[in-house]
Design a protein around this ligand. Structure first.
Ligand SMILES: [Zn+2]
Ligand SMILES: [Zn+2]
Length: 260
């Protein structure tokens, strides 16, 4: 199988780091790896590019990582930190020259159509043509998208569900997750090449797994390498690197590239 390049566009949570008013929490403000934009990633293989989520910092992230073309977008769920950069896909649409396929499950589709109708439907085709088209997908199924095999995983995310992915049987991407509905999921990804997992903070959170839980999952799955993402200002880069890197667990950072 061909090589996959993963770029972590944004490694932060919904507030980013620093939080407004220059609040750095536990993060060392002098370490640029602690500057975190909102969560998202790009996966590339054989000249094809898939964007995961369209977060509010998308434009800046695409420029920083020199991404000029995207073939498809996968939405994990409809929270604002994952969707409110959708307007920045306008520039991608311009360079692609056609409507960008956007994969969404039913609940996310309804939210997207409610919040961003103009992205998908146009009342004035001449001046404002729609830039994206929604393609239905759902958890529990496997899709072939732009040459990637994508298993779509249903995750609990507090009072809603979100989607995770297993990509080409090599990468598990599980960001906004409290627990997995499928009790055999962790067995299915055992010893996977790379796990990218959301790690919000140390304390319990109603919609996200806490730090200890995440470490238990990693200990069970034993991925070859694990990257933490979706980190708040409570998670300092160097503190975690020093604690975890000997176990091949690394905090990610904005622009972090993983070649597999
Ligand atoms: Zn969320
Ligand atoms: Zn989120």
């Amino acid at each position: 199988m061909s090589n996959i390049k993963v770029t972590i566009l944004g490694s932060g949570g919904s507030f980013g780091v620093p939080v407004l008013s220059n609040r750095w929490g536990n993060c060392d403000s002098k370490n640029p790896k602690n500057i975190r934009t909102r969560p998202g990633a790009i996966i590339e293989k054989n000249g094809k590019t898939i964007l995961i989520d369209a977060n509010p910092d998308l434009r800046q992230q695409l420029i920083a990582n020199k991404i000029t073309s995207v073939n498809s977008v996968l939405f994990t769920h409809a929270h604002a930190d994952h969707t409110h950069g959708i307007n920045d896909l306008r520039a991608i649409n311009l360079s692609n020259g056609h409507r960008l396929p956007v994969f969404a499950d039913q609940k996310t589709k309804i939210s997207l159509l409610n919040a961003f109708e103009y992205i998908f439907k146009s009342k004035n085709m001449a001046q404002y043509p729609p830039i994206c088209e929604i393609i239905d997908y759902e958890a529990g199924k496997t899709y072939q998208i732009d040459g990637f095999k994508i298993d779509v995983i249903k995750q609990n995310h507090g009072n809603m569900d979100s989607l995770g992915y297993v990509i080409d049987d090599k990468i598990a991407y599980n960001l906004d997750v409290k627990f997995f509905y499928d009790e055999t999921y962790l067995d299915k990804i055992k010893e996977i090449e790379c796990l990218i997992i959301g790690c919000l903070r140390y304390e319990e959170h109603p919609a996200h797994a806490d730090y200890e839980q995440i470490l238990k999952w990693i200990e069970y799955v034993k991925p070859k390498v694990t990257y933490l993402s979706h980190m708040t200002a409570l998670i300092d880069y160097v503190t975690e690197y020093e604690k975890l890197s000997k176990m091949s667990i690394f905090p990610s950072y904005d622009g972090c590239v993983i070649n597999l």
